[in-house]
Design a binder for this molecule. Structure first.
Ligand code: URA
Length: 208
């Protein structure tokens, strides 16, 4: 059974507060997304398995470690893009599989419009990156696509979640682990998270 991990890190709480602030400009907003993503990825990778290797220092041979799993990031366009630089800085060897999913205006249902998942499965774990877990529709659709490729180790990393999104994602995929910085009160009638931070894409890219 997967688990919902809500960060209790003081730096995360502090930075999420700045992120929420309506007066935070896109440049600072992007920096905060980047910084919080690094902290959340630290938590989301804490139990990644290691294999022992030998490493030669200038003085001696000693025991070292290599990551056992090959890692893929699956940013959901467009807001997930802002989480990629931090992810690649920490794990530069990872693959990035872009997935474009939008919410249909009337029905709010997820529609896949871009899929850059390779034919060849060369990863062992996928980290789905999307700042906002709102209705959960996009996250569920993304995990559906990954599981169709027989990938079972999937983790969701987001900044803010609504209870509705957590409920939808855990109901559809009870096995996946969810890592978020905060869980908010509810969704409004336009499926925005309240209090939230507004539109994470618009706020990153200055299009609001
Ligand atoms: N997507 C966003 O960017 N913000 C929300 O509040 C919900 C979905």
């Amino acid at each position: 059974m997967g688990k919902v991990h809500v960060s209790s890190h003081p730096l995360v709480a502090h930075k999420v507060t700045l992120l929420r602030d309506v007066n935070t400009e896109p440049k600072r907003f992007r920096e905060l997304v980047d910084e919080i993503t690094s902290l959340l990825l630290y938590e989301a990778t804490l139990d990644f398995p290691l294999r022992e290797i030998e490493v030669q220092t200038p003085l001696a041979t000693t025991r070292g470690y290599d990551l056992q799993w090959r890692i893929g990031f699956v940013p959901i366009l467009r807001a997930g893009l802002g989480m990629v630089p931090a992810a690649l800085r920490l794990m530069p060897f990872a693959e990035v599989w872009h997935l474009g999913i939008y919410r249909e205006h009337d029905t709010l249902r997820p529609v896949e419009y871009y899929n850059k998942l390779p034919q060849d499965m060369k990863i062992d774990v996928a980290l789905v990156l999307d700042p906002m877990l709102a209705t959960g529709g996009s996250a569920v659709a993304a995990v559906d696509v990954l599981k169709l490729r027989n990938l079972s180790a999937v983790r969701f990393v987001g900044l803010i979640a609504a209870p509705e999104g957590i409920e939808a994602l855990t109901r559809a995929h009870p096995d996946i682990e969810i890592y978020v910085a905060a869980v908010d009160s509810h969704l409004n009638d336009q499926a925005y998270i309240v209090p939230g931070l507004g539109d994470a894409g618009d706020r990153q890219f200055g299009t609001g």
